[in-house]
Write a protein of this length. Structure first.
Length: 284
């Protein structure tokens, strides 16, 4: 069985090329909820240091800059990191584009680099006011270590805002390989990260206080069934690992059953699938 954390940084290279385009609709509402929550705990106008941990192609840090860049103090540090070099390059591309349009953009202060969400090397204890983490900690070998590392780098009263998944129709399709061959188990989100009450408990266990967790309904739009199935079974690293080594006959059957499921959810193409994201936050 493939575990959800069984990927390396290079496994995400193909995904990085299309991730931002495919997830803009999916990520927009959860990111809004994450940033609203963080800003309510501690206004970004009072930030001393902001780090987007596991930044991917830059979806969250881009929103921090666009939505709050005008009020973030010029003395506040801004940084983002991801363990996949391809994702970091995508985020750096956003920085380059933004500075070409506006050399005075807060993007000029954003330090984007390769880094481990479980070990924020070089970040001093208590040096940050805000840490954000969009859909990343549950993908690592030790999500609790990520939470405790976030707490380490936050100052007293500093804020963590993070997200996970409860369920989605596209994740349902990823369970189909096991119906064709029982050993092809879908790598699932850890139970501790798969419901709002459980996620709240995890943050509290890590030592955060005033913890909140909420559900956010999302949609994933797609142009064609074929493009969606390619994303789910060939591009996403975890599922690509599941599908690796299966026979052509098994592959055909998996894709046929998956298409039937998607068509039952969304009878026409272009179409959309629905899901429930989780957003949680707390103070150090």
């Amino acid at each position: 069985m493939v575990n959800i954390s069984d990927t390396t940084g290079t496994d995400w290279e193909t995904m990085a090329k299309m991730y931002k385009k495919l997830t803009v609709g999916v990520s927009s509402k959860p990111i809004t909820a994450m940033l609203n929550m963080a800003n309510a705990y501690l206004p970004f106008s009072e930030a001393s240091g902001i780090h987007d941990n596991g930044c991917g192609p830059g979806n969250v840090i881009e929103r921090i800059v666009s939505d709050y860049g005008g009020v973030i103090p010029s003395t506040a540090s801004l940084s983002a990191s991801d363990f996949a070099p391809a994702m970091v390059e995508r985020a750096r591309g956003l920085k380059t584009e933004a500075l070409e349009k506006d050399p005075s953009s807060p993007w000029g202060r954003v330090d984007v680099k390769v880094g481990d969400a479980m070990n924020l090397q070089g970040v001093k204890d208590g040096s940050l006011s805000h840490v954000t983490a969009g859909w990343v900690y549950f993908l690592t070998p030790d999500p609790m270590k990520c939470l405790k590392e976030s707490k380490r780098v936050l100052k007293d009263g500093g804020v963590l805002s993070c997200s996970s998944w409860q369920s989605s129709q596209w994740m349902d399709t990823m369970k189909i390989p096991a119906k064709v061959r029982p050993d092809l188990q879908h790598p699932s989100v850890p139970t501790e990260w798969a419901s709002a009450p459980a996620l709240k408990a995890e943050l509290e266990k890590a030592g955060f206080r005033d913890v909140q967790a909420q559900e956010v309904e999302v949609t994933m739009e797609f142009d064609t069934y074929d493009a969606l199935l390619e994303l789910c079974f060939e591009v996403m690293p975890h599922m690509a690992a599941v599908m690796k080594g299966i026979s052509e006959e098994e592959r055909t059957k998996v894709l046929s059953l998956a298409r039937e499921m998607v068509e039952s959810y969304s009878p026409t193409e272009p179409g959309k699938l629905t899901g429930i994201a989780l957003v949680a936050g707390g103070r150090k």
